[in-house]
Design a protein. Sequence first.
Length: 339
Amino acid sequence: MPSFNPSISLKTMAFQKIISVFPLQVLLVLLALDSSNAQKLKVGFYCKTCPDLEAIVSRTTHQYISRAPTLAAPILRMHFHDCFVRGCDGSVLLNSTPNSQAEKGAVPNQSLRGFDVIDAVKSAVEKKCPGVVSCADILALVTRDAVKMVHGSFWEVPTGRRDGRVSLASEANRGLPPPFANITQLKALFAAKGLSAKDLAVLSGGHTIGTSHCPSFTNRLYNFTGKGDTDPKLDKNYIAQLKTKCKPGDTTSRVEMDPGSFKTFDEDYYTLVAKRRGLFQSDSALLDDTETKAYVTKQATNRGSTFLTDFGVSMVNMGNIGVLTGNNGEIRKHCAFVN
């Protein structure tokens, strides 16, 4: 989550160049245009049409995450990337066509993983309830179950989303919060989606799981202002540790975002940020705002006494972004293709 990237793309620096040519005001207009107030979702939307839905999703998700718990992080990231572009409509799941590059082809999405999990769950659901449950809802449910399996929150997922028919890489390149964003940019990007500063601070906690490729943060280690310097907001001892793992020009090595517990969904992220050990500039940025800093301090001091509960609430808030309901969109037969 902000960067909201439990597994950052190898090409983040190229993404930075793409973002930099779009003034923030233009980005906000584009974001506002796709942030629609749709009909209300509800828990148990499929209780009559597919009563075994959540059991099917849970069982199939468990088969994958139990074997590869590190998939929880990229699936969480996938859900975030879906919701921040065209709303939570499953558009991130669509494949590119000969005439159009889909969101999967966007720079920040090229390292997404876990599509096979979503496809497997969709296939299992289709066998029981053909043509009933959207891919957008399946992604939301799988995300919740995957997070829970790595000791994270459990929250009731309101459903009733329908799937979009449009997926454009250009929109993903423009609309996703980058890991080098400052607090002003982050708050504006979230506000444009109807999310608060608290949601920003809470959803940033998703960085408690997952890893990142070196290019997403090595400018903080070697050339922060273009003068061969380091980021003064990053702890010097942490810089020294990171330099042993990411040499200049290293594009393949990965670093744990929450060292020591990157496979466990816990509150340690906030302890690290409070100690100026947040891996990304977007993590450090939380200390540059009164409200987000207060949240970081509270979780770090109280050992995350409210984080898991707060995370579920903010995930529901995020899951409401720009949803298609009623007669809008469609229920895809296969998540990677429109009907």
